[in-house]
Design a protein around this ligand. Structure first.
Ligand SMILES: Nc1ncnc2c1ncn2[C@@H]1O[C@H](COP(=O)(O)OP(=O)(O)OP(=O)(O)O)[C@@H](O)[C@H]1O
Ligand SMILES: [Mg+2]
Length: 661
């Protein structure tokens, strides 16, 4: 998937404004509240976790009170018998605190992972649901980083950051009350001294949020770079562009490093305050405390309790800095998650879907217009008023120059894109009035660029109709001339796709064709699915396809004259319209543009044959004797050197022979 020119991996029209400059941008907690629907089932455990943590904090704050009683009571009175119960109480409070902290961990571990899983599933479902147009605009690395690292951040924030932030702020407030209770003067001193901390906390949010957003976007761009270079590793190696790709990657990685350093500096800034303020507060309180004790305003026990309480509060105060940074990171992650989730889906099921009771497969294009959303205003529609009728059972070849919009037109039939004008009907029903499930049950597609998933051959072929029988599977494979699959190490169970065995381009195309055939649709749309096959195999596939096409309506983009000849009629796509429809020979006789397109296809075929002949000839001369393969190749070599018209005729004859057989 190409990265967008903005470099941020987001489409220009959906690029959210920079966090700092948007007045209507919701506050951090407003933004974070959006995950409530995903978090709702996990809330009871989260609340229990918070309650345990808060109780643990209160127990920790009670220890100084015991010390206060100990110092002012038994220690002052010299009553040693009262010391041991107080020590036992401190010990019990400490043990209970530790157990409650363990309980907090146990309570919050589950909810975070559940929320993460729920959000990830929702994101995946949304990505499946969003139209192809969305995927055209978004870089895959950006989607990947949202699905993986952003959700990971959110999980850690929920299980750790959110719980501790709430608990620690409450602990600080309760601690202040304890301090005020011990000595209101010292308590107030403590509170006033912490004001710079709060002010800096808020200033930190503004600074940190923007840089956190930049860092997460750059991480997404980096993921895109890795994904693209792994995907295109062959091209990079073949063109010796490895170093160049590395330089590009290193510069992107350097940008991210710079941003991370900026982030670290922002965190270091808040940490400075977090350490400095409590230390200064301690020093001032010590001064004030000793003076108050000397003046007899507070007891020794109260002074001890005050400093013990302040020590307990030190960690909650210090932790606020990184808990805030975690919260802002999570907010950015939530924003990025909802950018995808909020993307409108324009290709949806109708409110009141219609059904086709007895589908016959009559496909009609009625004044169909289409333009890509990113096409410049001065250009006319790419599909500019297509009128075409495919009768049930008819095979229509779609012919046009490269870039004329053939693939685009075929994509409209399965609503990969929606028409921008006119309509396409199947048996009289606008395809937008059918559910997408119904539509794709009736119309199956095979693409030139055959994609296989990391799954077995069987699963790949039966993708559109998993309930098919073994016979139906075998038939689809036979029609697509894909019997090579039986020779794979595990036959139909061999894993193919990215994680499995690598197949050749032609093998992948044949499996993709088998997939379309196995779906048993009323209408088969084939976007040049035979382009990677050699001429002989193509002829065999076509002969077998003829049997299927007798009962199925087919729209076939044709790049070879032989494929054109397979069709009942041919439609010529020219300047966004169907400029002529007829049989191959009719159009050949009557249409100059058709002759021009066909001659360019013939040239292509001749070049292919010539290349094949050269390859075979070099194999033949390289081998010791001229075996049957060698002489066969020499024969096809002579065919290739003949005129282009002969080449077409030869293929046509092969096709016809196969049909007759
Ligand atoms: N996803 C897309 N977004 C924007 N423009 C696109 C997109 N896909 C194709 N186009 C443009 O639409 C035009 C027609 O492309 P299309 O793939 O339909 O041509 P085609 O007739 O199938 O060509 P070919 O014979 O080479 O396969 C091209 O100019 C192409 O750049
Ligand atoms: Mg195409």
């Amino acid at each position: 998937m190409p990265s967008t020119p903005t470099g941020s991996g987001r489409p220009p029209e959906s690029t959210p404004p920079k966090p700092k400059s948007t007045p209507e941008r919701p506050g951090t907690f407003g933004a974070l509240r959006r995950i409530y629907p995903y978090a709702k089932p996990a809330l009871p455990r989260l609340y229990l976790g918070m309650a345990s943590a808060l109780l643990a904090a209160v127990l920790a704050l009670l220890i100084p009170q015991v010390l206060r009683a100990l110092v002012d009571g038994p220690l002052q009175d010299g009553d040693a018998s009262q010391i041991w119960p107080a020590v036992a109480l401190v010990l019990a409070l400490g043990v209970a605190e530790a157990l409650l902290i363990a309980l907090r961990r146990w309570f919050v571990l589950g909810p975070g992972t559940h929320i993460e899983a729920r959000m990830r599933n929702a994101l995946y479902a949304k990505l499946q649901d969003l139209p192809v147009g969305f995927h055209d605009r978004w870089a895959s690395g950006q989607l990947l980083s949202r699905a993986v690292s952003d959700l990971n951040l959110i999980r850690r924030w929920i299980s750790f950051g959110l719980v501790l932030l709430i608990v620690n702020v409450l602990t600080i407030l309760i601690g202040f009350l304890f301090l005020l209770n011990i000595s209101w003067i010292l308590g107030l001193l403590f509170m006033v001294c912490s004001i710079p901390l709060w002010i800096n906390g808020f200033r930190f949010e503004n600074k940190y949020s923007a840089v956190a957003r930049r860092s997460q976007d750059q991480a997404g761009d980096l993921a895109t770079a890795v994904e693209e270079s792994v995907h295109g590793i062959r091209v990079l190696k073949a063109f010796g562009r490895g170093k160049h790709a590395l330089a590009n990657f290193a510069s992107q990685a350097e940008d991210l490093r710079g941003t991370e350093i900026e982030k670290a500096k922002a965190i270091a800034g808040i940490w400075l305050w977090l350490i400095l303020v409590p230390d200064v507060t301690f020093a001032l309180s010590l001064l004030g405390g000793v003076w108050l004790a000397a003046a007899g305003q507070i007891s020794a026990g109260e002074l001890v309790a005050f400093f013990a309480t302040a020590t307990v509060l030190r960690w909650p105060v210090e932790s606020v800095g990184f808990l805030l940074s975690m919260t802002f990171d999570a907010r950015t992650a939530v924003d990025r998650f909802f950018e995808v989730m909020d993307s409108p889906n324009t290709i949806v099921d109708p409110e009141n879907p219609k059904t086709i009771d007895n589908p016959r497969g009559r496909l009609v294009f009625e004044d169909v217009h289409f333009r890509y959303s990113d096409s410049a205003a001065q250009y006319p529609d790419l599909v500019d008023g297509v009128q075409l009728t495919l009768e049930p059972g008819e095979t229509m070849a779609l012919v046009g120059l490269t870039g004329s919009g053939k693939s685009t037109l075929t994509a409209l039939t399965t609503r990969l894109y929606d028409v921008t004008g006119g309509r396409i009907t199947l048996d009289g029903v606008d395809i937008r009035d059918l559910t997408r499930y119904d539509l794709r049950e009736n119309i199956a597609m095979a693409f030139e660029d055959a994609t296989l998933f990391s799954a077995s051959v069987r699963e790949n072929v039966l993708l559109g109709r998993p309930e098919s029988s073994e016979d139906e599977l075998a038939e689809a494979l036979a029609i697509a001339q894909a019997s090579f699959v039986y020779d794979l190490p595990d036959g139909l169970d061999t894993r193919v796709g990215e994680e499995g065995m690598s197949l050749s381009g032609g093998q992948r195309q044949r499996l993709a064709l088998a997939r379309a055939i196995a779906a048993k649709p009323r209408v088969l749309v084939l976007d040049d699915p035979l382009s990677a096959l050699d001429v002989d195999t193509e002829a065999l596939v076509e002969a077998a396809l003829r049997r299927v096409l007798d009962t199925t309506t087919a729209l076939m983009v044709a790049h070879r004259p032989s494929t054109v000849m397979l069709a009942d009629r041919v439609a010529l796509l020219e300047s966004g319209r169907i400029s002529a429809v007829g049989t191959h020979s009719e159009l050949l006789a009557s249409n100059a543009h058709y002759r021009f397109v066909i001659s360019s296809l013939e040239d292509e075929l001749a070049r292919e044959s010539l290349a094949e002949a050269r390859a075979s000839a070099s194999t033949a001369s390289g081998s010791a004797g001229s075996g049957s393969t060698g002489s066969g190749s020499a024969a096809s070599g002579s065919t290739a050197s003949a005129s282009t018209a002969t080449a077409v005729t030869n293929v046509a004859v092969t096709t016809t022979d196969e049909v007759n057989r």
